[in-house]
Design a protein around this ligand. Sequence first.
Ligand code: COA
Length: 390
Amino acid sequence: MVNDVRIAGVGMTKFGASPERTSRDLFSQAAGEAFEDADVEPGDIEELYYGNFMGEFAETQGHQGPLMADAAGVDAPATRVESACASSSAAVRMGVDKIRSGQADIVLVGGAERMKNISTAEGTEALSAAADALWEIRAGVTFPGAYSLMANRYFHEFGGTREDLAHIAVKNHANAVNNELAQFNKAIEVEDVLEAPTVSAPFGLYDCSPMSDGAAAAVLVSDSFAEEHGLDTPVEITGVGQGSDALGLQDRASIPRTPAAEEAGQMAFDDAGIDRSDVDVAEVHDCFTIAEALALEALGFYETGEAISAARDGETTKDGEFPVNLSGGLKAKGHPVGATGCAQISEMTKLLRGDHVNSDAVSDASVGLTHNAGGTVASCVVHILEEVDQ
Ligand code: COA
């Protein structure tokens, strides 16, 4: 028998610049909030999976599993999970497996990253370690550079314009205006995006997610644990999927397609026993504006070449038919890479429970999807969250 996995509690620091705070300090806050939200004690936890990407670069700190268990007051096996920007959704997936298999009834999952204690140049270099060291890094590829290659190739093959991308940034900034945990609470206009300094053409400043500090955590429990302990757990993780692709763009069959996300999405839909058309709301990995379009196409919400204009056409805006990145996304909520996947879980849980500042936009929603990518989507993890009767 496979145990069902409920989300008992979530926690998240404000994303942004807090260079004076260590990652252990950030994670202990997020975990503490998740314990309080779940109404459980740190001593109840039977396993910890923790995502982090660049601790060695930013803090000269490896071996973060036990470090974070200690910081969170947890005395249990603790393992760091690394899958670049998808590190903490991979950690969530491992926590789900642990509970489904019956090996644990209560697991803490999450992640943290420090990026603002080092310069943008140092952060760019650290992030590039997620690319192919032999071919991409040697050629000088950075992540803004790699994604701009994907964007330019997308334009070449399927069409689309910088204005289309700008609408994605405008939408996600608008969604973050009232999200107090987001890095940027500032609305922007299409002109701001188009007139911003170029980072890597076609991207300007507002096409990019920022460097961020932050942490996120979630307490996962089996349905039987929730029942025995009288926990309030209205959201279940019903579907999980993960996919891989060639690490470097040079080894891909198609530059503007992301098959790791296609596989992860299909796996998650099959696992949950739902069709993609059942999904009401999504948080997807918009590390650069083009990435949101690539995600929506890989997941099958749009045909190839068609998601680029979804924000511009008002389909994925807050009041659109299918709201995407109501948290503000990586673009405006921020992207402390090791925390991002679990932060998506935290935001989606609140959106479905009705206690997110943007929950009103999806008051009838019962099925949410999170899509979290590593590197140029060489790895991808998708989760399906559903509201359940208790
Ligand atoms: N979006 C909006 N505003 C941003 C921003 C972003 N991505 N990045 C920085 N800013 C703002 C800052 O808040 C600051 O505003 P202020 O002057 O009002 O205080 C201003 O721009 C300058 O900030 P600074 O940190 O000096 O910017 P920078 O030029 O050093 O870095 C980028 C800007 C875009 C190069 C940097 O954020 C970046 O490299 N982003 C990509 C991160 C990445 O690759 N992540 C992995 C994805 S796979």
